[in-house]
Ligand binder design. Structure first.
Ligand code: ADP
Ligand code: ZN
Length: 703
């Protein structure tokens, strides 16, 4: 094999190290084993098969269910100089023939195909006669009816292993549940595959949940806190996406909606604009996202409750795929939960599957109502043991304070009882707070004994506490009676027997939100300069537009952050930036270096001392001139240059010393057996003080 995996990683992807399990997986594949890879969205699955594909001599096939996804992945590979292409039934004949010719001539390392294309007339026989080195099945949960995204075309994929028994098959998925996992192995005919399960933790995603009240106001505030960052708002219905988008547009936010009811053309257009950072916010149904690989989505909001933890985790997983901090927010109300329950109960599913779905929904409820670290709940769902609180969820950052809410609960329950269990939330709170609304007066609720007993609490406090009582089953709700509250056995126990009701102290939104600033800073304690980062991003957008590709294909946010921190000054240093591959450097390296250089010149104070020295060095100044300009000693400048050279910069020492001087000094050094880095005092003395210490050290640098 021409390359080892580390070389491939550096040269083609610009990364220095593998993430956990990637190296083991690659070794397994290269050794010819069938493998199954379970990693969360954004975990780095693609690299697990892309690196071996570059190490194998033949062609690697990647089966991928979505055309958009194929296109994005191939585009990203090509941007790194990797010969890759895709084939699907939507392409024209000529276009397909071209790709097929490249396959025959061995010009491609990776070929992405849709299952439809794979099993189309004659194609399967043709492709399996080519020298195939590996088969990767992406989104492999699609083979299983147990997964959440079953695709019938996937069930034929076992033919691949039968036709090519010696070619390793790699199944990749972000779906972890055990039934699906077993089914994938069976369906693909790889029962003995080595299974790699990576942690499902995505520590860069912050987690928070908010009561589902005043959602638009909360979203507006959230976006104001993320003014330039791209995000997705997941909504339950098509209508809902349109409403949310139009409200945001009215607030001056660059938002659009996306759902399956739109024409394919409109959808493609919106998606493309989002990829290119031309739209900041997408309000979408779950139809959006499966096929997109945008790595710089910085936040995901769930306007309403998703179906289960898997979907939720997959959807929030679309944020922060580049590994940079990203935020997630779930709105939750008891009503949302009931809507979901209804959807399951009224669905066409068999009784077994209904029960399974209801049980799954229950786990999501636990997440939403959590009073312990939310990440613990998520990860335990994926059967992962967690030993510590995450510190990056709203519960960790703001632990709930409990109090004895028995009296509060009794007031509410008593009011419900005295209205003959006919009132819903709004009226109940008005009664408790003693509001003189017209409706209330008409119904003579102002005559009740409980009228005004809850004046001490604000409206939203009551709403919160009643919600908590609903959540914990102290009150029932009758949806077929205009959401009237009902008493049950527990209610009676509270009212009559004084059963204790612990409640969680209400906190206004401002106090509850995760402190974004400190949060992000904590995780990346770098000297990243925001101004420079802004310039780099603007430049990235310019380059991307000129090439007609999305900005994150040029460089990811993570790469730009690293660049802004490291402030590379030349090719060598630029290649140390994570994500700058050789191919990317040759396309964009110099222009980004120019941006950094200009920035440093204009902001000398923002530059570290070595960089300042290097700038003057690069202008061709002599050692003493640099020393003078910087107000430092020549010897200090010398040590700076030594450090810069150690860091990979080429320093032309000859520039600071004449040939004859250098020779004279080296002669003496040789006779005394002194080399670079050793004390030079003996040389200084042997030469009778003719040259100062710094000059002697410079002379030794080249020796
Ligand atoms: P997945 O397919 O699992 O959702 P991706 O393969 O798209 O995830 O990877 C997510 C992001 O992580 C990509 O931007 C990718 O370049 C980056 N990435 C993957 N492996 C590494 C690594 N070893 N070092 C740095 N970044 C990585
Ligand atoms: Zn936590």
């Amino acid at each position: 094999m021409p390359f080892n995996k580390e070389q491939v990683l550096k040269q083609y992807f610009g990364y220095d190290s593998f993430r956990p399990l990637q190296a083991e997986i690659i070794d397994g594949i290269v050794a010819g084993h069938d493998c199954m890879v379970l990693m969360p969205t954004g975990g780095g699955k693609s690299l697990c098969f892309q690196v071996p594909a570059l190490m194998f001599s033949g062609l690697s096939l990647v089966i991928s269910p979505l055309i958009a996804l194929m296109h994005d992945q191939v585009q990203a590979l090509q941007a790194n100089g990797i010969p890759a292409a895709y084939l699907n039934s939507s392409m024209g004949g000529a276009e397909q023939s071209l790709v097929e010719r490249k396959c025959r001539q061995g010009e491609l390392k990776l070929l992405y195909v849709s299952p439809e294309k794979l099993f189309s007339q004659g194609f399967f026989d043709w492709i399996t006669r080519l020298p195939i080195s590996m088969i990767a099945v992406d989104e492999s949960h699609c083979v299983s009816v147990w997964g959440h995204d079953f695709r019938p075309e996937y069930t034929q994929l076992h033919q691949l292993k039968r036709a090519l028994p010696h070619v390793p098959v790699v199944a990749l998925t972000a779906t972890a549940d055990k039934i699906t996992r077993k089914d994938i192995l069976a369906q693909l005919g790889i029962p003995d595959a080595q299974i790699y399960i990576s942690s499902f933790d995505r520590p860069n995603l912050s987690l928070s949940v908010q009561a589902g009240r005043n959602r638009m106001k909360a979203i507006h505030r959230f976006i104001q806190e993320h003014p330039t960052q791209a995000g997705i708002i997941y909504c339950l219905s098509r209508n809902n996406t349109e409403q949310v988008a139009s409200s945001l547009v009215k607030l001056g936010i660059n938002a659009k909606f996306y759902h399956a009811g739109m024409s394919a053309k409109d959808r493609a257009e919106v998606q493309e604009q989002f990829l290119r950072d031309d739209i900041q916010v997408i309000c979408a149904t779950i139809a959006f996202g499966m096929g997109i690989d945008k790595s710089n989505v910085r936040w995901v909001i769930h306007y309403s409750l998703p179906a289960n933890i898997e979907s939720f985790y997959q959807e929030i997983g679309r944020a922060g795929r580049d590994g940079v901090a990203a935020d997630t927010l779930l709105f939750y109300s008891y009503n949302d939960l009931l809507v979901r329950k209804d959807m399951i109960v009224q669905s066409e599913l068999s009784q077994d599957l209904k029960e399974l779905q209801l049980a799954k929904l229950e786990r999501l409820k636990q997440y939403a109502e959590a009073e312990i670290c939310r990440r613990r709940i998520l990860l335990s769902y994926f059967n992962e043991e967690v030993t510590h609180d995450c510190g990056n969820c709203d519960v960790c950052q703001n632990p709930p304070r409990r109090f004895d809410g028995t009296i509060v609960a009794q007031k509410a329950l008593s009011a419900i009882a005295r209205t003959q269990q006919k009132v819903a939330m709004g009226m109940l709170i008005d009664i408790l707070r003693g509001a003189h609304t017209r409706k209330l007066m008409e119904l003579r609720y102002d005559q009740l004994k409980t009228f005004g007993v809850g004046k001490d609490l604000r409206y939203e406090e009551w709403a919160e506490y009643i919600q908590q009582m609903l959540n914990s089953g102290i009150i029932d709700i009758a949806y077929d009676e205009q959401h009237a509250f009902k008493l049950n056995a527990t209610s009676m126990a509270v009212l009559k027997e004084g059963r204790k009701v612990p409640l969680v102290q209400f906190r206004p939104f401002e106090e509850r939100a995760i402190k974004q600033e400190s949060n992000t800073k904590e995780k990346s304690p770098t000297n990243t300069d925001d101004t420079l980062l802004g310039l780099l991003k603007a430049h990235r957008k310019k380059m991307a537009d000129a090439k007609d590709i999305p900005a994150f294909v040029v460089f990811s946010d993570a790469t730009l952050n690293d660049m802004a921190t490291k402030k590379p000054l030349n090719q060598f240093q630029m290649l140390q930036v994570q994500g700058v591959s050789e191919n990317k450097f040759s396309q964009y390296g110099l222009s980004f270096l120019q941006v950094i250089n200009d920035f440093i010149k204009q902001n000398p104070k923002n530059v570290n001392t070595y960089q300042a020295t290097h700038l003057l060095y690069a202008e061709g100044l002599s050692l003493s001139a640099i020393a003078q300009q910087r107000g430092l000693s020549a010897d200090t400048i010398f040590t700076h240059l030594v450090k810069l050279e150690e860091g990979g910069l080429a320093i032309d020492w000859q520039r600071f010393i004449s040939n004859s001087d250098a020779q004279a000094i080296r002669l003496v050094a040789n006779s005394l057996g002194i080399t670079k880095g050793q004390p030079v005092k003996p040389i200084f003395e042997a030469l009778g003080g003719k040259y100062d210490y710094t000059t002697i050290r410079i002379a030794l640098m080249k020796a």
